[in-house]
Design a protein around this ligand. Structure first.
Ligand code: NAD
Length: 393
């Protein structure tokens, strides 16, 4: 199915409005930051934000006004483009204008009826999770921008809790050995975690099932742990393939020693659209030294570590501290917001039609085809669209 180029019914030369609403309780990032107001206005868009969206991270309403935005809680109902971080509540979907474009993280694999709600409301939706991982889409890749900060923040969270310093220190009071970090999963978050831990002077070891990662780990000055798992590899998009139970068993065996020796274990191993693999068992955690820290960045999608809980800090009987932050990047929420808002602005720039003044949602475009979920009253993404009646059975 091809959806042809779509021009927004912008009503002649009416100026299009872009709006960032208030996020759910506890979310400190925002879809528009003062720095992106000018970028959006330059496209000829009228920019509005809900009051207080940046207040918690030092971006007051006044900064938005100075940048040229209107601060108005009610601007969402007639906005042509809505930029936000988290998926909206169903009631908010119903309140959007028909024909509007909504861009945010959407958790599309949750299959919670949200896509259908967008389709029924006649709202075109883009899921940031589905943005292609290509060079062309790099500026819009919010998964990467946020994962990178999550990797950084995970190291700081561990460092703040570890009862030791990270670098080697030779002092008249004695020599302190560098802390040992073990990073499992070396995608965007893992690479940033390695780089951050190295900068702080830790000794770092890492593992990933994708063999191509070994060189990247070494180039950051870390050691790559070799575990022979047989055939592993990666998908066309660069994501890891799921391991068999036998391979996972071998992996756990190969890693038990590295975990036991580590002062800090950070796990970032995810499988796109599927639950995260359970890599670190309770027995492996029990083998760690008291005072050690485990940060499970995959806790939200099922967890790499047995016993970790989303957004909780658990201390095991053996004195190991387990953390499962849902969005570790929110430890540095202002910069996380800046990067995310920049990803969103880049997407608007990509779909903005400089000649017609509307938006082009052309499914012939690789980026749009990858991330457009609903359009023209239907779920259109090939992975999520309902099977046509003629192809059933
Ligand atoms: P991710 O968050 O899906 O997973 C994190 C890491 O966990 C991956 O490196 C994965 O291989 C690893 N993993 C999965 N199962 C594992 C297991 N059992 N044990 C150990 N590690 C395991 O990955 P990501 O950070 O989103 O990156 C995915 C890919 O996309 C990477 O290849 C990355 O380089 C690529 N990428 C490309 C671009 C681009 O070209 N613009 C941008 C971003 C990411």
């Amino acid at each position: 199915m091809v959806v042809s180029e779509h021009e927004f019914e912008a009503g002649g030369n009416r100026v299009m409005k872009v709006f960032a609403p208030k996020e759910a309780e506890g979310e400190r990032r925002a879809g528009i930051v003062p720095e992106t107001v000018g970028r959006l206005a330059k496209l000829g868009l009228e920019v509005a934000v809900a009051p207080g969206i940046g207040a918690a991270v030092g971006m007051p309403d006044e900064a938005y006004r100075e940048a040229g935005a209107t601060v108005d809680a009610g601007a969402g109902t007639d906005a042509d483009i809505v930029l936000r971080v988290r998926p909206p509540e169903p009631a908010e979907v119903a309140g959007l204008k028909r024909g509007a474009l909504h861009v945010s993280f959407l958790d599309p694999f949750a299959k919670d009826g949200r896509l259908e709600a967008f389709a029924n409301a006649g709202v075109s939706t883009v899921s940031l999770e589905m943005m292609p991982r290509t060079t062309l889409a790099q500026k819009m890749d919010a998964l990467s921008s946020q994962a990178s900060l999550a990797g950084y923040a995970a190291v700081l969270m561990a460092a703040a809790r570890l009862p030791d310093v990270l670098p080697m220190m030779m002092t008249p009071a004695g020599t302190l050995q560098p802390a040992r970090f073990f990073i499992i999963g070396v995608g965007v978050a893992g690479l940033q975690a390695i780089a951050t831990a190295k900068r702080l002077g830790a000794r770092v070891e890492a593992f990933d099932t994708r063999p191509v990662v070994e060189e990247q780990v070494k180039s950051l000055g870390a050691r790559f742990l070799k575990v022979d798992l047989g055939d592993t590899g990666q998908t066309e998009q660069g994501y890891a393939k799921e391991l068999t139970e036998e391979q996972l068993g071998k992996q756990r065996e190969g890693m038990a020693k590295a975990c036991a020796q580590a002062d800090v274990v950070i796990t970032t191993a995810k499988l796109f659209g599927r639950p995260a693999p359970r890599i670190v068992t309770a027995a492996m955690v029990a083998g760690m030294k008291p005072g050690s820290i485990v940060i499970d960045l995959a806790a939200e999608t099922g967890g790499n570590v047995e016993g970790s809980r989303v957004d909780e800090e658990v201390v095991t009987d053996g004195g190991v501290r387990l953390l499962g932050p849902r969005t570790a990047e929110c430890q540095v929420a202002r910069d996380a917001s800046r990067m995310l808002a920049s990803n969103l602005a880049a997407f608007v720039e990509h779909v903005h039609d400089a000649e017609g003044g509307g938006l082009k949602l052309d499914r012939g475009d690789e980026i749009i085809r990858g991330c457009l979920m609903t359009h023209d009253g239907r779920v259109v993404h090939e992975k999520f669209a309902p099977e046509p009646e003629s192809e059933k059975g």
